[in-house]
Design a binder for this molecule. Structure first.
Ligand code: NDP
Length: 419
């Protein structure tokens, strides 16, 4: 029996909410609160007749900590699941500390305005110190460790697929297959086709910022940064086939480097088709990916936000996307003195996801783990005061839940490796 406040009502939230409604023994009451209440109401109307979970809705501006505090105090949830945008992470974490309520999210904090001088000074110092220039990093949220400890609440960071499931795979591999893991390659393949020349599978602003940033990987205790999209490999993905993939910076590299002792190298690759890359380069070259306001016709607009308004809503891709995703990790390390390699992955079919919850597989593969993270926190399995990444807990209950809630995984003990 628990009460979960879910903030955000976009593509990922829809799946997390559908999955909570399939799990009414745990989630007896949910509150869907987002910027646009009409979206929350529409989802409630669709789901309430089919579930024993009692659904309520509210309007909230999650950039405003006081508003979130007010909502928490009036509705009294056991935990808050943040599936809004990374921009809201800190405001929601502050509200959880003030009210003594557990916190779960799927993406690490990112500043909305990257030209803000106060943020920029900290960012530039971090770039020099750590050696990677992505706009997002965990330092902001890890800084809440003492506040969460003092409040006696759990902060579970990054419970999506990547980060999230990929990090739990690492903890599982370490627990059951290796004495020490030396190399981790995280491979994120979307073999789906939505039929548009260009669209992003999740929030365009967040997606394009991530993909257009320099790539980086962790090697021998330090970051190595590379030009965007400058390392390309081919991989023959089980159930999907041969795809081009590119090395990106990704947030779980940062936490796995800290939490997997003895690891020598961690890389992250994502597949992209040529059409996506050509469109993105062109948009970048003409300034449409800029995140700072520009003056247009007497008013200020942020180019990437305007672009978002032009692109297909990721939530609308569900009915038209066919094909499969394959996301997983290849681990190489030592067991009983011998080197071994295993590949743990999940394959998810876009149309099967759409039939089940009305969303494509990219939202599905994020929303299911978001619900699982929330479930393990509210039922006490993964509760300890402080702020933690998912790989810091026992992976077994999470891996069991993945099999039960629609993201079954495979362990391959003789995989193709990445050069
Ligand atoms: P969407 O843009 O589809 O949804 C975001 C939702 O948040 C919208 O409902 C939006 O409201 C709401 N929102 C935005 N700002 C506020 C605010 N200030 N107050 C209240 N609500 C707000 O994004 P996605 O569902 O695609 O992504 C959700 C999260 O999941 C993101 O943080 C993303 O980075 C993360 N993610 C994580 C992945 C992983 O594997 N770990 C993979 C994919 C995504 P409105 O409807 O009014 O716009």
């Amino acid at each position: 029996m628990s009460r979960l406040l879910i903030i955000g009502c976009g593509g990922v939230a829809r799946v997390a909410i559908c999955k909570c409604c399939q799990n009414s023994d745990v989630f007896t009451d949910i509150m869907i609160a987002s910027r646009t209440k009409a979206k929350c109401d529409a989802l409630k109307e669709e789901l309430q007749p089919k579930t024993a979970t009692k659904i309520e809705t509210a309007q909230v501006d999650a950039d405003n900590t006081q508003e979130v505090i007010g909502l928490i105090n009036s509705w009294k949830p056991d935990a808050v699941l943040n599936v809004a945008l990374p921009y809201q992470d800190l405001a929601i974490m502050d509200a959880c500390v003030a009210t003594g309520v557990h916190y779960i999210d799927t993406a690490n904090y990112e500043a909305e305005d990257t030209e803000d001088p106060a943020w920029r000074a900290i960012y530039e110092a971090r770039c020099r110190e750590l050696g990677f220039t992505a706009y997002f990093d965990y330092s902001w949220q890890w800084a809440y460790q003492d506040k969460f400890k003092e409040a006696g609440i759990t902060g579970l960071l990054g419970s999506g697929f990547d980060p999230g499931v990929t990090s739990v795979y690492a903890a599982y591999a370490r627990k059951h297959y290796f004495d020490e893991i030396h190399y981790i390659d995280i491979l994120d393949c979307n073999g789906g086709d939505h039929g548009y020349p260009f669209a992003t599978n999740f929030n365009p602003e967040i997606n394009l910022r991530e993909v257009s940033a320099p790539g980086s990987y962790w090697e021998d205790g330090k970051w190595v940064e590379i030009e965007p999209m400058s390392i390309k490999r081919e991989y023959d993905f089980p159930e999907v086939g041969e795809k081009d993939m590119y090395l990106l910076h990704h947030e779980e590299i940062e936490s796995l480097a800290k939490n997997i002792p003895g690891v020598k190298r961690i890389r992250f690759f994502m597949t992209f088709g040529q059409s996506y890359l050509t469109h993105m380069k062109c948009l970048e070259n003409v300034g449409m990916l800029r995140t700072d306001p520009v003056s247009f016709d007497g008013r200020e607009i942020v180019p990437i936000q305007f672009l978002k308004a032009l692109l297909p809503d990721p939530a609308s891709l569900g009915p038209r996307t066919v094909g499969k995703t394959n996301i997983g990790c290849i681990f190489t390390g030592i067991k009983d003195g011998k080197e071994k390699t295993i590949y743990i992955y999940n394959v998810c079919d876009h149309q099967e996801c759409y039939q089940e919850v009305g969303s494509q597989a990219v939202s599905y593969t994020t929303g299911v783990p978001a619900m699982i993270g929330a479930m393990l926190v509210v039922n006490g399995t993964w509760q300890k005061p402080g702020v933690f990444n998912v790989e810091e807990f026992d992976p077994d209950p999470y891996m069991d839940a993945l099999n039960r809630f629609g993201l079954p995984w495979v362990v391959c003990e003789d995989p193709q490796t990445v050069a």
